[in-house]
Each structure stands twice: as C-alpha cells, then as structure tokens.
Design a protein around this ligand. Structure first.
Ligand code: C2O
Length: 570
C-alpha cells in the first residue's frame, strides 16, 4: 500500500508541467437583458444575461475555448485583456484589428492558451463602447503543483470598477463623434456593477457588500473596467498589500490607497482585524482627474462587513459604527507619481524579470489630444468649433473596414494600411510647453513593422495640446517593462542613465504621467498585428491608437498559424 502511494507521488512529481493543464470550455451568449440602477431600468448588452459578466477561471498553462454567440443587433467582439496570445493572435479580439466583428446570429470560437501568466486579468467587448456593460474577470490560478509567493489567501474576491450610464452608452459616443464635442459623462461609478449608497435614488440592494471573518487574509482582485476614469480606492481602517499587477507578481508593498487606471488589474491582500470589531468599514473609489473637460466626480461605495459572532444580538448590530476611508484629492498627481513608483517586479529566480538590456528599435511617441476641422455646413462642438481628435505622433488612427491581421497574413495591405508610421514626431515641438497653433491631426492607418524578437524601446511623451492628461496606454499581445518615467519632456541624453533595467514593473497598461513621459521595453517575440491605445475609451474613439506588425520567427513555433475556419467576415 505505502509503496504504491509513494509510487503514485513519484509519478506525480516526474510528470511535465503540461500534464496538469486542461482545456476549459465556455459559452458566451451575447444577449439583451434588463437591468435597474439609480431608478432607471434599461436593456443592456450582456454576456449570458449577467452584469458584470461571468468569470473565466483557469490555471496557468490551461487552454481556453470560448464560443461567443451573438444574439443582439450590434456587432460584437471580445478581447481577453492582458492575455499574451502567443501565436494565437486570431483570438485577441479587437474589432477591425485581429478580426472582423461577430455579426448578428453568428458565432466565433476563441481558442488560446494561458502561458507564463498568473493573477488577474479581465475580458471585455472591443468594439465601440460596448465594453461599458460587456466585461468580466479572468482569474488565473497558479499551476496545480505551484504555490503563491505569499501566504495562500483564505478567499479571493474580484472587485471590478465600472461606469453606469442611465442612457445607452452607444448613443453617447455616437453623438459625441458626430458633433465633435466631449461625450456625456457617466451617471455613476460601480463596484461589481453596483453604484452604492452615495447616489440619488440608489437602494440598499445597489450596494456591494464584502462579508469577512476576523483574523483572515483575503485576496481582492481589483480590476478597473471603467471606460474613461482612473480610480483611487481605499477601505476604511484597513491597509492593503499589493502583490500582483496585470498577472505578474510584484515585490509586495503596503498602502492605504490603491490607484488603478482603466485596463489595469491589481491583486491586493486584505488582512482582517484579529477580533470582531463591532463596526463596518466603507470601501470607496473616486476618479483621478487631470484633463480640462468635465468628469463624473462622484463616489462609488461598498461595505466591508464583519460577520458578527453568534452571541451578538440583532439590536447591537443596528448601532454598529460605519468608518469611512480618506481618499486623495481627485487631482493629486503627486499621489499617483509616488504610488506608481512603488511597483517593482518580484524578479525572483522562479519569476525572473527578463528586461531587454539593449535596444534594436527605438520609438518616441507623442500622445495627446488634437482636433479635426469641422465639415462644411456643420456646427461642431469641439475646441473652437472644431472636432475633438486624439493622436500618436499626430496620426489619428483610422480603423479599416476589414481586419488588419487578415490583410497582413494574406499579403493584402494595399488600400488598407501602410507601414510608414513615424518612429518619432515629424514636427517636434516643446511637448509640455506652449502648444503649437495648428492642432489638426492627420487621419491615417499606418503601422510599424518589427522583425521577430527585436528588442523595442518606446518613450511615450504626453503633450499639452488642449491640456495634458494621464493616459493609460495599453499594448495587446505583450507585457512591457516600465524602465523609466518622469515629468516634462523626455531627455534622450540624460534620462536613460536612470532607467531601471533590473526589476522594473512588467505590465500591459501603464499611465503616461500628465505633462510627462514613460519609457518601456519589450521583446517582439509574438508574431501578429497588435493594437496599442489609450484605455480611456473616449481617447481611443478619437484616434489615440496605433498598431504593430510583428513578423514571424524562423521556427515553426514562432509563426502565426492560418486563421481558424470560423473567423468572422466583414
Ligand atoms: Cu482592454 Cu484594446 O483593450
């Protein structure tokens, strides 16, 4: 008996890692369903009639097969935000980039394997503003025979920030693009789809409650799925320990407030009080605001509630105190800068940080707002009667009417895109000084071609045109290392000397400081067409987006396979 058991164990440990991996099947039906918030009932587009949508749960190494069936009148596509998609670019999801959208009554099966990632990511619709209601968590557990680099948490809870509009968000962005003005702001922020008690007309069941036991460690999987706002988050009288960001372990650090941009995910450990505190604790989130326009300056709140011991009477529970957290000022750039600096890769032997030490391809991208001329016979509501636009190196990226990846794969770029995206601004100016008089952007579909495995450095430089802003830039298909950041204009002679090439944070979304710059590096080891854009949807809609083409490598495993047979047609 004992020897048998021993034998079984020996076999278990001798098996290769991949032997523990499984294939997980999901079906996402895209449907309309009614939801009531802030006394308004409306029909929203959702996955399986759930808002927020269902969780994808996997272990590192698992293969995911998600069949998406479109049962609504909108075109749809789903993006698995932060998933590396190594040689599975057809499953990435951004509409008109890696695929044509899934049309009404059509379906598409996304097939990808989770490689070298563990932690929290999320999925969301990647067409127009449908992600306002079509989003949900991706939970990646460590491999079966692997543990966390911290104490195993008692429980894990996704905390997703979102935005709620009483009207249809599609109408909001369509109208804004028509008139050229800024889109209407949302009516509320939400935690797990709920706005909380601080809004007019919100009921008790509109509040997210986290019930905990004393003396335990909980892992909160924070996800910012809001469309247009970076958020501060805190829980009264509780310190949080950051342990992971964008599905990469970090060096742990303690903080009372977490700052998180749209597109970012952060795992934090919450240690509950050793004894029943006879009090409740509010958790709250507010936006960080750096632009010139209007914004929703409201507060979403939830409650951290300790389960009362059995002997406490209900009468006592009514007298229970509620503590409230203190959040930074909504314009506190200094808090954001200090907090961002604390993120460092764990960079352990087991989870190393493979930072490119030298650079093959260098880019300087000026990112920010701009404008487009108002069409004849129209009045526009953007700056000085123009239309709002946004750009990278003054190019406001125009999405084609077919998918870029298809055009690339079949060698049919003619009339769809060109490969002359400027490596640096064509007309350099004092980016963070007085803006130039002409703020017009160029509309074009230009891409950058990268040889396989080249080591790439990108400096993202915020511009002051129509006001500087903290822009959360997101790169598809990759994680990058944030090797440096600062305020003012990037100085190529001075700043690289201070780059961190040892343990910089590795992530898929990072905020370019308002009136400043951010430098990142990555190895272009994943062939395909990869979108890069500001994760504030209003800026993406205005054109703050571009795409990279990464060429195939020499080995069969370094080539993009042919498209799946059910790839949607435009
Ligand atoms: Cu989460 Cu291209 O986006």
């Amino acid at each position: 008996m004992a020897t048998n058991l021993l034998f079984a164990f020996a076999i278990f440990w001798l098996l290769p890692q991949s032997a523990f991996c499984i294939t997980r099947h999901y079906t996402f039906n895209i449907v309309q369903h009614n939801v009531t918030r802030l006394c308004t009932t409306k029909s929203i587009v959702s996955v399986n009639g759930r808002f927020p949508g269902p969780r994808l749960v996997a272990r590192e190494g698992d293969q995911m097969i998600v069949k998406v069936v479109n049962q609504v009148s909108n075109n749809i596509s789903i993006h698995w935000h932060g998933i590396r998609q190594l040689t599975s670019g057809w499953a990435d999801g951004p509409a008109y980039v890696t695929q044509c959208p899934i049309q009404t009554n059509q379906s598409y099966t996304y097939n990808f394997t989770i490689t070298g990632q563990r932690g929290t990511l999320f999925w969301h619709a990647h067409i127009s503003w449908l992600r306002s209601t079509v989003y949900g968590p991706i939970i990646i557990l460590p491999r079966r025979n692997e543990s966390y680099p911290f104490k195993k948490p008692h429980k894990q809870i996704p905390i997703i920030f979102g935005e709620w509009w009483n009207v249809n968000p599609e109408a909001v962005i369509n109208q804004a693009l028509q008139t050229g003005g800024g889109p209407n702001v949302s009516d509320a922020y939400t935690i797990n789809g709920l706005p909380g008690p601080l809004y007019n007309c919100s009921s008790n069941k509109d509040t997210f409650k986290l019930k905990v036991k004393p003396g335990k460690t909980y892992m909160l999987r924070l996800i910012n799925a809001a469309l247009n706002d970076e958020m501060f988050f805190a829980i009264a009288n509780h310190t949080l320990t950051v342990v992971e960001a964008d599905a990469v372990y970090t060096k742990p650090f303690d903080t009372d407030v977490v700052f998180i941009t749209p597109g970012q995910t952060t795992n934090v450990l919450l240690k509950t009080k050793p004894h029943y505190p006879n009090a409740n604790f509010q958790m709250a989130a507010q936006p960080y605001f750096t632009g010139l326009g209007t914004f929703d300056n409201s507060t979403v709140a939830g409650i951290l509630e300790y389960e009362a011991p059995l002997n406490s009477s209900p009468a006592n529970q009514n007298k229970i105190k509620l503590y409230k957290p203190t959040l930074p000022n909504m314009t506190s750039t200094s808090f954001v800068a200090n907090f961002t600096k604390k993120f460092l890769s764990l960079a352990s032997t087991q989870f190393p940080a493979n930072v490119p030490q030298s650079v093959d391809k260098r880019f300087l991208f000026a990112v920010g707002l701009g404008s487009s001329p108002c069409p004849k016979n129209m009045t526009c509501q953007g700056p000085n009667g123009t239309k709002f636009a946004a750009s990278v190196n003054n190019i406001s990226f125009a999405l084609p009417t077919t998918a870029l990846l298809q055009a690339h794969y079949f060698g049919q770029s003619n009339g769809i895109y060109t490969t002359d995206f400027p490596a640096s601004p064509l007309n350099p100016f004092n980016y963070t000084g007085t803006p130039p008089n002409n703020t017009f952007v160029t509309n074009a579909t230009k891409l950058v071609v990268l040889p396989f495995n080249s080591s790439v450095e990108v400096v993202l430089q915020d511009t002051n045109i129509l006001g500087g802003e903290n822009h959360p830039l997101h790169l598809h298909g990759y994680n990058f290392f944030v090797v440096g950041e600062g305020f003012g204009n990037f100085d190529p002679n001075k700043d690289p000397a201070n780059f961190n090439l040892k343990d910089p944070i590795e992530r898929n979304t990072a905020g370019v400081p308002v009136g400043g710059w951010l430098a990142f590096r990555f190895f272009a080891d994943n062939p395909g067409v990869w979108f890069m854009h500001c994760h504030l949807d209003v800026h993406t809609s205005w054109g703050l987006r571009m795409a990279w083409i990464v060429l195939d490598g020499p080995l069969p495993s370094q080539k993009l396979p042919p498209p799946p047979s059910d790839l949607p047609k435009c």
